[in-house]
Design a protein around this ligand. Sequence first.
Ligand code: MRU
Length: 350
Amino acid sequence: MRALEWRNRKVRFIDQTKLPLEEYFIETDDEVVVAHAIKSLAIRGAPLIGIAAAYGFVLALNKLSENETPKRSSHIEKTHNLFASTRPTAVNLFWALNRMKHIALRALNEPLATFKITVLAEAKAIHAEDEEMCRTIGAWGAEALPNAATILTHCNTGSLATGGAGTAQSVIATLWEQHKLKHVYIDETRPLLQGARLTAWELKNLGIPATLITDNTAAFLMQLGLINAIVVGADRIAANGDTANKVGTYSLAVLALHHAIPMYIAAPTSTIDFEITSGKEIPIEQRSGTEVTSILGKQIAPHGVEVYSPAFDVTPNELISGIITEQGVLRKPYREAIASLKISSSKGRE
Ligand code: MRU
């Protein structure tokens, strides 16, 4: 299943806030609808946010007409700002936006039809590259993980979060195809339940044996010896390997150390922020307290209670056993491993 696609000059996506109870698709030619969907988590997951913003860019520029050539650069800037203000943590968003802006500015004086074709081709390339990266991440990860793997995962990292089979979930699916997977345990992932609602739904559809647990069951599972690897995704990886991912990932890494369980991050290189030296510089999104005080619209905490709800936390690099990318599995020291990655200049990083 494709969580998002370009179809008939429109963006078509599944509204992830309604899953798994309803499979509801939205089709739009309005970039504001796409930006709102990212903000509300109808479209979510670091790589998919980047892909959505890239197509959103196309929708915005498609609105330009022939006599508006002088307006193109201000329109590009405005669109960049619209999407850059949706969610702050996943760097894939800014990576994709920079690529789109770079290519659009380069084609600024082209005839309108060529300008639009160029911009759409870049968005499609971002999508196709992500699909391919998912495949390769799966292959590298399956090689690195133990046989008869019993994996604990957190949040959602599958086709709902990427342009392909996923990141951590692609590793899981590849292990399953290779008959090397015994079982998956899924953290429910409070407060928005991406594990319970999305990962459980995806693994069920794939026929992969999985058990849903509450987040606070993870330690006990490890103590019982039921987990031999943890694999999660990432929203932003600093140049030293410190990794921001869904809140709760850091506690899994601390638990993994205590129980001598390998802790893997699976992410494409578009999730690496080469500009920041450590996790301290990663902006952490704060979510509304109502996401904690209510579940599926039902109030569960006293009205007016104070809430602290960061969407992500940062796992220090020393707690990470390996970072599975499309270029292979990075090992410590991460600063050197990350610096040696091949990043093509066409990726338009500014
Ligand atoms: O708030 P979300 O649901 O967008 O958070 C998603 C995650 O934290 C994922 O683990 C991460 O984006 C990796 S997805 C391949």
